[in-house]
Design a protein around this ligand. Structure first.
Ligand SMILES: Nc1ncnc2c1ncn2[C@@H]1O[C@H](COP(=O)(O)OP(=O)(O)O)[C@@H](O)[C@H]1O
Ligand SMILES: [Mg+2]
Length: 246
């Protein structure tokens, strides 16, 4: 099977410091992948490169069936090509209901004013309810988003990204600040989302990564140190030395 995203030989230097060093990474069209590694390993920078926020000095980033180069696209073109990214801090509209946040996300390509003042269409209503079900907020649709728990806000934001139907979803440290029950729900949600798209999750919480039950890529000093099942990589002596053993 051909890969959805193929990053190869990518390097990025910030003021003489090589944050990403000849990195290669690929993921299939319906695959869940965890990325782990010590602070400063380049995990967030990797996501910045894929989303077009940071331009590599060398290497290639190829996308989709036509192996299109993402390096030729700007951030909004990459988002439109099907790359969605969730940041650590939720960016939901706190004064709006869960329903309205999802409705706005469905119409994101329209003008902001049109989004605010147009009424949801029946097809949108069905989709909004499906999304709410998928993220576990079906009972919260009428609630103001600002009243949700931290975890619920994170799920809402994932739902808002799913509304855009990305082919690749990038999620940076979703478990931070979540209760155990919220973390469990989040793993379920991400596993479900990865049945129909590629999902890359950066996460420090090893129990969370274990529950994801997927292939793991270990980054260190901007390169892939090890890759495979969690059991495989956690037995790797290099991984123990630079990450787990500390
Ligand atoms: N815009 C930037 N300018 C300068 N240095 C940066 C920039 N972004 C990241 N870095 C550096 O690159 C390295 C990798 O950072 P990052 O990708 O955030 O690591 P991680 O997410 O794995 O903790 C770090 O040493 C960080 O300080
Ligand atoms: Mg980071």
């Amino acid at each position: 099977m051909s890969q959805l995203l193929e990053v190869s030989g990518v390097s990025v230097t910030f003021d003489g410091f090589r944050a990403i060093n000849n990195l290669s990474f690929s993921i299939g069209a319906a695959e869940l992948r965890a990325i782990i590694g010590p602070n400063g390993a380049g995990k967030t920078t990797f996501m910045d490169i894929v989303t077009g926020k940071t331009r590599p000095d060398e290497g290639s980033v190829r996308w989709g069936d036509m192996s299109q180069s993402l390096l030729k696209l700007n951030e909004s073109q990459i988002a439109r090509a099907g790359v969605g990214r969730k940041f650590q801090r939720p960016t939901v509209f706190e004064d709006q209901s869960v329903y309205d946040n999802l409705a706005m996300a469905l119409k994101k390509d329209r003008t902001p004013w049109g989004v605010l003042f147009s009424r949801p269409q029946p097809a949108d209503d069905t989709r909004i309810r499906e999304l709410a079900e998928e993220i576990g907020l079906a009972e919260q649709l009428d609630r103001k988003s600002g009243e949700l728990s931290h975890g619920q806000k994170q799920w809402l934001e994932i739902g808002m990204l799913l509304a855009q139907e990305p082919r690749l979803l990038l999620v940076d440290e979703p478990a931070a600040g979540m209760t155990l029950a919220e973390r469990e729900h989040t793993t379920d949600l991400l596993k479900e989302a990865a049945k129909t798209r590629a999902v890359v999750v950066v996460e420090h919480d090893m129990e969370f990564v274990r529950r994801l039950d997927c292939k793991v890529t270990v980054l260190h000093e901007g390169s892939v140190l090890a890759e495979g099942s969690l059991d495989h990589v956690t037995k790797n002596q290099d991984v123990i030395d630079v990450y787990l053993g500390r």
